[in-house]
Design a protein around this ligand. Structure first.
Ligand SMILES: Cc1ncc(COP(=O)(O)O)c(C=O)c1O
Length: 384
């Protein structure tokens, strides 16, 4: 029998069943989906907020980790000073969502981006990193054109070997220019060291954080001698914040991943100072069981990434992830009896939360295994 197609156009969305609806049980959520365990997430947010407040340091969580305004709004409701973004278009999505205090923790170069930044500065209190005189002059000019102002944080390289000025002299020169130029005002320093965030041992991270804080303190003192007051000294990520807050150098910390705890952070040794729980999972379905110990799940590189390690199966201690292809995740069980069955559903912890969020439109928010909300990942794909 042949079936002739119905006449006229058809919309794809009319043919699709939504992957999740508010009120669905976890069993009804289609796969692959990005899940947030709300209880664990809220506990993580509270833990970091308490840590910052106990040390009198502002918490400005990094929104690059999730690109989801609903997450940021909850962090701010608990007391966060604002958020960090890495990209101007990303920040615009958060401004639209009603977040008006944003630090762009990155260098912004090029006329189109500077114009976008200047326009954004008319709607929000912004600070931005600068590490070059020409970039600062171009920024000042763009802001004057749009009659806007922005705070300048001179970024210093405290060992990451990424962006940031290399010497105290260079830093002070930039700070003085920021004091002088129109449209910009000198606000302080960014001293972020990403290279030390994932050192495995607690002691290694403590030593590295202390060394980074010492280097930062030398810059702050030099600014002070030059008559430049650093109102803000910002830095720190999930791996080192517990040491950064106690350094007496940072006025602000900017961790992002702590809210979710990906597989990469889960591998670290944490000590008893601070613990965060995995709150972010990918839900997948076993679509093939080609050998007695192998199960293949419908999660692939289009749902998560592997540059910081493969996803980690949750609640399946005898099952290991052995590969991630475009549309397939490979699981290997130690024993045949432990292999997840065809059609069963598995949860895995993504290796790296930031790029994983960027691959999804929606975060499926669960409480007690029921969908409580669907949060749009509004700024996904906004990388310019
Ligand atoms: C400038 C900056 N600040 C803060 C963070 C947050 O780090 P994490 O997600 O590890 O807490 C990052 C992450 O790469 C970063 O690049």
């Amino acid at each position: 029998m042949t079936v002739s197609p119905a006449a006229g156009p058809v919309s794809a969305s009319a043919l699709m069943t939504p992957a999740a609806r508010v009120g669905d049980s976890l069993a009804q959520v289609d796969t692959p989906s990005l899940l947030l365990d709300l209880d664990r997430f809220e506990e993580n947010l509270r833990g970091m907020q308490v840590l910052a407040e106990r040390h009198g340091v502002a918490l400005r969580p990094h929104a690059k980790a999730h690109r989801c305004p609903e997450v940021a709004l909850r962090q701010i409701a608990l007391g966060a000073a604002g958020i960090c973004c890495q990209k101007v278009s990303e920040a615009a999505c958060f401004v639209e969502a009603g977040i008006h205090d944003i630090h762009i923790s990155n260098e912004i170069v090029g006329p189109a981006k500077l114009a976008m930044l200047a326009r954004l500065a008319r709607h929000a209190r912004l600070t931005v990193c600068v590490d070059h005189m020409t970039a600062l002059q171009d920024l000042s000019q763009a802001l004057v054109e749009y009659d806007a102002t922005i705070g300048i944080l001179v970024e210093i390289d405290i060992g990451q070997k990424r962006c940031g000025v290399q010497s105290i002299q260079e830093a002070v020169k930039l700070g003085k220019a920021a004091q002088r130029l129109p449209g910009v005002r000198f606000t302080g320093i960014q001293a972020y060291h990403g290279g030390i965030q994932h050192k495995a041992s607690h002691d290694q991270r403590r030593q590295a954080s202390e060394a980074a804080a010492k280097r930062t303190a030398r810059f702050v003192a030099a600014f002070d001698r030059a008559g430049l007051q650093c109102d803000v000294v910002t830095g720190g990520g999930t791996g080192t914040v517990m040491f950064d807050v106690a350094s007496g150098v940072y006025t602000e910390i900017q961790p992002g991943s702590y809210a979710f705890m990906d597989g990469d952070y889960g591998r670290l040794q944490w000590g008893d100072v601070l613990t965060f729980a995995h709150s972010l999972f990918l839900l997948g379905t076993v679509m093939s069981t080609p050998t007695p110990k192998r199960a293949v799940v419908d999660i692939g590189l289009k749902s998560t990434t592997a540059e910081s390690g493969l996803p980690v199966p949750a609640g399946l201690p005898s099952v290991q992830c052995t590969g991630l292809h475009d549309e397939h995740l490979l699981l290997l069980a130690q024993e045949e009896s432990q292999r997840p069955a065809l059609g069963s559903r598995v949860r895995v912890i993504p290796g790296h939360c930031d790029p994983t969020f960027n691959l999804h439109d929606t975060l499926v928010v669960l409480r007690n295994e029921q969908v409580e909300a669907l949060w749009p990942i509004t700024a996904r794909g906004y990388s310019w």
